[in-house]
Design a protein around this ligand. Structure first.
Ligand code: ATP
Ligand code: MG
Length: 217
């Protein structure tokens, strides 16, 4: 864990950082630098007792689980894949909202394939989410792990369907794909290291409460 007089908050660049800035402001926290333009991975704030670390979105739960960060902000998509061990998830921040969906090429009859018990090849970054979803439906799948550009997989015959995050559907449409099933709504959560929550309660609790109020405002 970081020192007892300071809390470390793990964030990812991009939409999570941008949508977190107003929450930080509500807690009286202003970052000293913008991670989009700075190459620094540790960013101080106007508050000597709060610093930020900038990590990949998928790495946020790992830093917090191990106490390298006391707090973090991570999408539910990332938290489901991570498993959430060692983490409290006290607040749904209602930011970075989108949906975890099954998508197929336009014209692929997904419902019919499911009904006749076809074995589906599923390309996704979210293998745990996909495995759980299709197991619950009783659909047999071959999971193909990808790290990005999932939309390509059905177009070149790598997979029948993809599981991916969808917000506007613009990327799907541009690639002649269509969302056919929602797996779960996604938003980002505040996560807290369980030991930090006890040992740094006086520092962390007000931040949790401020984020909770700001998120529901
Ligand atoms: P990279 O895009 O650099 O490979 P990433 O995909 O992990 O990294 P982001 O695209 O910034 O990072 O996504 C971070 C989080 O934001 C995701 O874990 C998810 O919770 C949320 N998110 C992803 N895509 C969208 C979207 N289109 N609309 C809203 N929220 C999204
Ligand atoms: Mg992305």
């Amino acid at each position: 864990m970081t020192t007892n007089h300071q809390v470390t908050l793990a964030l990812s660049k991009g939409r999570i950082f941008e949508e977190t800035v107003p929450l930080l402001a509500a807690a009286g926290i202003t970052p000293n630098e913008n991670p989009e333009s700075s190459r620094k991975l540790i960013i101080g704030t106007n508050r000597p007792d709060v610093r930020l670390i900038i990590v990949r979105a998928t790495d946020v739960p790992t830093y917090v689980q191990h106490g390298a960060a006391d707090l973090g902000i991570a999408g539910k998509d990332v938290l489901v894949e991570h498993g959430g061990e060692g983490l409290y998830q006290p607040v749904d921040l209602n930011i970075a909202k989108c949906r975890m969906m099954v998508a197929t090429p336009v014209g692929f009859d997904y419902e019919a394939a499911v009904r006749r018990g076809a074995r589906l090849r599923v390309a996704t970054k979210y293998t745990k989410t996909a495995r759980l979803h299709f197991a619950a439906k009783g659909v047999h799948v071959d999971l193909i792990k990808l790290y990005g550009s999932m939309e390509l997989a059905p177009l070149v015959g790598l997979a029948d369907v993809i599981v991916d995050l969808v917000s506007t559907g613009g990327t799907l449409k541009a690639n002649n794909l269509v969302a056919v099933e929602e797996i779960m709504p996604i938003s980002s959560r505040l996560v807290v290291n369980q030991a930090s929550m006890k040992l740094k309660h006086e520092l962390i609790q007000p931040i949790v409460e401020t984020f909770r109020r700001a998120a529901s405002a």
